[in-house]
Write a protein that binds this ligand. Structure first.
Ligand code: ATP
Ligand code: MG
Length: 425
């Protein structure tokens, strides 16, 4: 019978890759907890309306990338394409937003129906960070400092660049929008089809077009930074002053707009040239209007999300992972039913006595020779050997598997755990 394969763009993450994932996740968790961030978890499926209303009807995600389906009772549901909207929904619904401050993070799979390629999947994973209740540029700066620290701790900061922009508050964007429409209307026939449509429905989206001809036209287009009002300008200057003081370098990119509609004021991306075309590993910004847009009360908010697959690719490309650990430290070789039973018992005793030592039992029989092969492969430094002869004498053999650890010795079962922990670990 034909085998059933996984869905294109939805990958298995194999045991040879999970150490990289766990290393990255542990590093992120560590940094986040040192900054006082707390984890939140929310469902993978939400009402479609949540994403339409937050991300925006005229965005790549909502127009063509969402996994939307009808529930059995006819509700339109969507696999989450990102976490911010769900996070806002969860916080609002559970009373976490008003008269309080939140520093939150989450991780998990996101789903977008894109063309699968290196660094671009249909099920991918993000670690997201969202903060609520803080309106000033200090928190924008904190988020950026936090990410900069993370890159240093992972050993990848040399390969990353911070791009920064302010897309202004709603008033500034309204002024700019008009100027952009006036400019682009003059070249309407030369725009790509998506951009033509967006010129009517959501002109700022045109700035995000990947079409070369459209990009050329955008070079001479009005830039948002010239349209910032005093409030927007002072927020951005406040952020830049803080980054300067903290010694974080950045590149101002006046074309940076982000692919989601809820952003305002600060937007930023960390990019690399080590991954080819999919070079953005972390992106975020301020979204003070989103809570209200989703039916709550106005709440200042800023956050970002990083793509785990792209960061893992970076760890691999730059070879910054610590050495892989062996699967076991002690391997218990046992031959015969009695010995197998004893092996299980001894393994538990060893784990009780040495919580940080990895103990593997043989399971499934086999000759001494074949079991020693497995012991070698496991990377263990010590084998405990249980055969009928040894057991009859109330003993086990302890055999060092690496050079320089001395000779094999026979040890009384009652002394076994003690001897191993004293001499080898
Ligand atoms: P891109 O410009 O690469 O399409 P985006 O602006 O759509 O990214 P965001 O929605 O801001 O991305 O998501 C934040 C991060 O999540 C990205 O910077 C990237 O690292 C990662 N990411 C986004 N889409 C994918 C995907 N399809 N596959 C793998 N990672 C992704
Ligand atoms: Mg995208």
């Amino acid at each position: 019978m034909a085998r059933i394969q996984s869905i294109r763009g939805m990958n298995d993450i194999l045991p040879s890759e999970t150490p990289q994932w766990q290393y990255l996740e542990a590093c992120v968790r560590g940094v986040l907890s040192r900054y006082g961030y707390r984890e939140i978890r929310f469902p993978i499926v939400e009402h479609t309306e949540l994403f339409k209303r937050s991300i925006g009807e005229v965005t790549d995600i909502v127009e063509k990338e969402m996994y939307t389906f009808e529930d059995r009772n006819g509700d339109s549901l969507t696999l989450r394409p990102e976490g911010t909207a769900s996070c806002v929904r969860a916080c609002d619904q559970n009373g976490l937003l008003y008269n309080q401050i939140q520093r939150l993070w989450y991780t998990g799979p996101m789903f977008r129906h894109e063309r699968p390629q290196k660094g671009r999947l249909r099920q991918f994973h993000q670690i997201g960070v969202e903060t609520f209740g803080m309106a000033g540029p200090d928190i924008d700066a904190e988020l950026i400092l936090l990410t900069a620290r993370l890159w240093r701790e992972l050993g990848i900061s040399d390969a990353l660049t911070l791009e920064l922009n302010s897309i202004g508050n709603a008033e500034s964007r309204a002024d700019y929008r008009q100027a952009l429409v006036d400019y682009l209307t003059g070249f309407k026939d030369e725009l790509d089809d998506d951009s033509k449509r967006r010129l009517e429905s959501n002109p700022l989206r045109v700035l995000d077009s990947k079409d070369p001809k459209t990009r050329e036209l955008l070079v001479a287009a009005p830039v948002l930074s010239d349209y910032l009002d005093d409030v927007s300008r002072s927020h951005f200057e406040g952020l830049c002053a803080r980054l300067d003081a903290a010694g974080v370098s950045y590149t101002l990119n006046p074309q940076l707009v982000r692919g989601l509609d809820y952003y305002g004021l600060t937007v930023f991306e960390w990019t690399t040239d080590k991954l080819g075309a999919q070079g953005t590993v972390c992106a975020g910004g301020r979204y003070d209007g989103l809570v209200e847009q989703l039916g709550g009360k106005t709440t200042p908010a800023v956050g970002f999300a990083m793509g785990i697959e792209r960061l893992v690719l970076m760890l691999e490309t730059l070879e910054v992972m610590p050495d892989e650990q062996a699967q076991a430290d002690i391997f218990i070789v046992s031959v015969g039913e009695k010995a197998d039973i004893e092996a299980l018992k001894i393994a538990e005793q060893l784990r009780d006595a040495m919580p940080s030592v990895k103990v593997l039992i043989n399971c499934g029989g086999g000759s001494f020779k074949s079991q020693f092969k497995k012991a070698d492969k496991s990377g263990a430094s010590v084998a405990v050997v249980l055969g009928e002869d040894e057991l009859q004498g109330g003993q086990a053999a302890v055999k060092p598997l690496r050079a320089g650890q001395g000779e094999q010795q026979l040890v009384a079962l009652a002394e076994l755990v003690n001897t191993i922990s004293k001499n080898y670990f």
